[in-house]
Design a protein around this ligand. Structure first.
Ligand SMILES: CC(C)(COP(=O)(O)OP(=O)(O)OC[C@H]1O[C@@H](n2cnc3c(N)ncnc32)[C@H](O)[C@@H]1OP(=O)(O)O)[C@@H](O)C(=O)NCCC(=O)NCCS
Length: 236
């Protein structure tokens, strides 16, 4: 399975709304707060770019990104649900979208910044707290941001978000002290089911991006042409 990703900043966003479809404009009209409107528009724009590139469709008016009842974004092409699954995250002036054929995906952007020990105690599992404590000071904020972000990505794969206890997802981060750019692996175990989700992380300036996908689906467990079972996401 190949997961593709796209990260765009606010500066890429057109001023007008002509690239939005009828349903999308309806949703935008209902959003009153400027910050929410801005992040929603940027999220739609990055998602439309991702779907456009993934499906080979240049006309943005043929693509709509509609929030399902649970809040998860879904791509529609020419009024029909697209086969691909997508996930969205926005933070400050950045938005990310991941897209994959069929298998559920989740992504999340998080700032690398100091968080209180109360935050870690309230939302992390015992094992995650230990991982934070044993991480070198220089990398601790990154460890916390990655753990939190991967939890949110996993909760997006499950389509529940923060309705579910964040401690029911246990995250293990590889290479947290890595200095090199690019993707690094992670795992998320959903408990009590014991379901394993695979993921990746990278850092872009002071922001981390995590991606989690559902390894339980047949398409993601098949190894194609000797490629690794879970290959790093590809940029669109
Ligand atoms: C999903 C959630 C964890 C993301 O919150 P966040 O990290 O602050 O925000 P992000 O920018 O990373 O992600 C927001 C995007 O997640 C997606 N999303 C929302 N609910 C989702 C769900 N149930 N499953 C998958 N994705 C979801 C949406 O695309 C949303 O952006 P949009 O509304 O502009 O389309 C959070 O919105 C949530 O828990 N939602 C469901 C429960 C809820 O509505 N609770 C009220 C607040 S606690």
């Amino acid at each position: 399975m190949t997961v593709r990703w796209l990260l765009l900043s606010q500066s890429a966003l057109p001023e007008g709304d002509e690239w939005l479809g009828t349903e999308e404009r309806k949703v935008l009209r209902g959003l009153r707060f400027p910050k929410r409107r801005a992040e929603w528009r940027l999220g739609r724009f990055v998602a439309k770019n991702a779907v456009s590139s993934f499906a080979g469709i240049d006309d943005f008016n043929r693509i709509q990104i509609i929030g399902a009842e649970d809040g998860a974004p879904e791509a529609w092409i020419d009024g029909e649900r697209a086969d691909s699954s997508i996930s969205l995250s926005h933070r400050d002036r950045l938005a990310a979208c991941v897209i994959a054929e069929g298998t559920p995906v989740g992504c999340d952007l998080e700032a690398v910044e100091p968080r209180s020990s109360r935050f870690v105690n309230d939302f992390f599992t015992e094992r995650e707290r230990m991982a934070v404590e044993t991480t070198a000071d220089a990398h601790r904020a990154r460890q916390v941001a990655l753990t939190w972000s991967a939890k949110e990505s996993a909760l997006k794969v499950l389509r529940v978000g923060l309705r579910r206890d964040t401690r029911s997802v246990e995250v293990e981060i590889d290479d947290v002290e890595a200095l090199e750019a690019g993707w690094h692996p992670l795992r998320a175990t959903v408990n009590p089911e014991g379901r394993i989700l695979r993921g990746w992380w990278r850092q872009e300036n002071e922001t981390v991006l995590t991606i989690v996908s559902d390894e339980d689906t047949p398409s993601s467990t098949a190894s194609v042409s000797g490629e690794p079972m879970h290959s790093p996401p590809r940029r669109l």
